[in-house]
Design a protein around this ligand. Structure first.
Ligand code: SIN
Length: 536
């Protein structure tokens, strides 16, 4: 049975309606930056599924990459991005984003972001894959908190912007092939329809499809799944980036230990105390993430130990405390002093490189729908994202989408009005009888086991069989809870990821296959396109 076009039945004749010029879905860095760029004479509505400050952007630790030092050059940052991206970055996109980065960082300062300073200048750190110090950070290791605090505050003070949290986006509304708004759900209100001249999707990634992830629980791929149901094309869904160092202590909810820790000189050691990265890559602990994560995986297999360790004991303890106050606090709550004790870590799902296909302005393949940030596959990251290149992508594409959407919105004449759309689920089965938590946990464990850092045909085929089996009885149901809809979205995204990963018969970037362990440019120097759902 094919999946339903919408997650819920509706009829515009008896729905609650709202109208706005620009609808922005997602209040992370890309969504808020977009809102701030829309001209004052257009009404903007920004929706977030949870509290306004609950997004992956808020949890960003490391920082934002940009060429700001006289010792650095745009060409270096461009080269580093291409090397990390393993041949699949789009050169035009890389050039544009990297040259735009310093201006975007200055705009953030203008919006009130207080980056860390050293002797009155922006303090710059390094992370894996960067040839130079070029990453600005804030509050030591809480860059995302500071950036989001400042830009949300700015958006709150901007009269044409309305910010609304706790609003779940069920689906995008389309009419004659154009995106015309969204169907949303709010506790106490139920389903309502929002009509917009243009829609910008900035709903983030899908790390929750894995049991071990640095992502907050909101990252369930809702935007990717909704856009796919609306017919949008997605691209490169096989590339899930695994962050090498996620705290591995029972009860720690898999906290990220920033790559900046290695940027400041921390070592990775195996259970026997060996610095195993010395033998793995000339860049040692500062190799790109795919290289380090795969090396850790092999090390854990070799030593038959479930984790490796980060060692900061040779660094100045005062500097460690000042640079990493948040990480120190989290580790202290587990009795670990990061200046002395080795920190147990292992890789975890961190960033979805694939996503909606967008052009150089942020247009998706569905007219009226724009997209920015982790929900997209812009071409900046290729097959593996360079550390701290994601917030900058969100800023640049948020700005571009806003400009493009605003100019399109001005071209559409007349008042907005509701269209006579309706949808009745093909089956009226409710999800009530299903144990959604059990199914979600089963999916997340399956993805770790069979679609993790090291993949092969047999395990991916097994994952495909299980996911398709679950899809058959989960997708046709009409749930009435956020957990149910999130499960449907996670399954939809997992299926796209598995299909793309099975198809790519080589190893490249974040996608490593033990049955095809080498990069094969002759056959696979190309993108894997996932066509959107065919709508009637
Ligand atoms: C980190 O702090 O290691 C995360 C930065 C990123 O994902 O770019």
């Amino acid at each position: 049975m094919s999946p339903n076009r919408f997650l819920a039945s509706f009829d515009a004749r008896d729905a609650y309606h709202q109208f706005t010029d620009i609808l922005i879905i997602g209040a992370g860095i890309a969504g808020i930056r977009a809102a701030l760029e829309i001209p004052a004479d257009l009404r903007v509505l920004v929706l977030n599924k949870d509290r306004l400050d609950e997004s992956n952007s808020t949890y960003a630790q490391g920082g934002i990459a940009g060429v700001l030092s006289p010792q650095d050059r745009f060409e270096n940052h461009i080269d580093d991005t291409h090397v990390a991206g393993a041949g699949l970055c789009d050169p035009k996109v890389v050039e544009m984003v990297i040259r735009e980065a310093p201006q975007q960082i200055n705009d953030l300062i203008r919006f009130g972001v207080k980056f860390d300073l050293e002797q009155g200048e922006l303090a710059l750190t390094r992370e894996g894959g960067h040839s130079h110090r070029r990453i600005v950070h804030a509050l030591g290791d809480a860059t995302g908190h500071e950036v989001m605090r400042a830009i949300i505050e700015r958006a709150r003070k901007t009269p044409n912007i309305t910010l609304r949290g706790e609003t779940f986006i069920l689906d995008l509304l389309t009419h004659e092939g154009r995106c015309v708004g969204a169907m949303v759900w709010r506790e106490g209100v139920g389903v309502s329809l929002i009509w917009a001249r243009q829609v910008i999707l900035a709903s983030g990634g899908c790390g929750m499809v894995y049991r071990e992830t640095t992502n907050p629980p909101v990252a369930t791929g809702d935007g990717m799944a909704a856009a796919w149901r609306a017919g949008a094309e997605l691209c490169d869904m096989e590339f899930m980036q695994f962050h090498p160092t996620v705290l591995y202590v029972a009860g720690s909810a898999r906290s990220l230990i920033s790559e900046a820790v290695r940027g400041e000189g921390a070592y990775l050691r195996d259970v026997n105390g060996e610095r195993f990265m010395l033998a793995e890559d000339p860049r040692h602990e500062l190799a790109p993430r795919d290289v380090v994560s795969q090396a850790i995986f092999r090390c854990m297999e070799r030593t038959q130990h479930p984790n490796v360790y980060l060692d900061l004991s040779h660094l100045d303890p005062a500097r460690v405390a000042e640079r990493f106050p948040g990480i120190s606090k989290v580790c202290r709550s587990f009795g670990l002093d990061i200046a002395k004790d080795k920190i147990p870590v292992r890789p975890g799902a961190h960033y979805m490189v694939g996503g909606l296909t967008v052009d150089l302005q942020g247009r998706t393949t569905v007219p009226g729908l724009w997209a920015a940030g982790e929900v997209t596959s812009s071409g900046l990251h290729g097959a593996n994202r360079l550390a701290s290149n994601s917030l900058i992508e969100g800023l640049v594409y948020g700005t571009l989408c806003a400009r493009g959407a605003a100019s399109e919105a001005c071209r559409l004449p007349g008042e907005l009005h509701a269209l006579p759309l309706s949808y009745r689920m093909s089956t009226l089965d409710s999800g009530e009888s299903l144990d959604v938590t059990d199914l979600t946990n089963s999916l997340r464990s399956l993805m770790v086991r069979n679609m993790g850092i090291v993949r092969d045909h047999r395990r991916m085929l097994e994952a495909k069989r299980d996911v398709e089996f679950w899809c058959r009885y989960v997708l046709p149901r009409e749930f009435s809870t956020r957990a149910g809809w999130e499960l449907q979205n996670l399954l939809t995204v997992a299926r796209l990821m598995i299909d793309a990963a099975l198809a790519r018969q080589e190893s490249r970037g974040t996608h490593f296959r033990s049955d095809f362990p080498t990069r094969d440019d002759a056959h696979w120097l190309r993108h894997m396109v996932s066509a959107g759902m065919r709508t009637a």
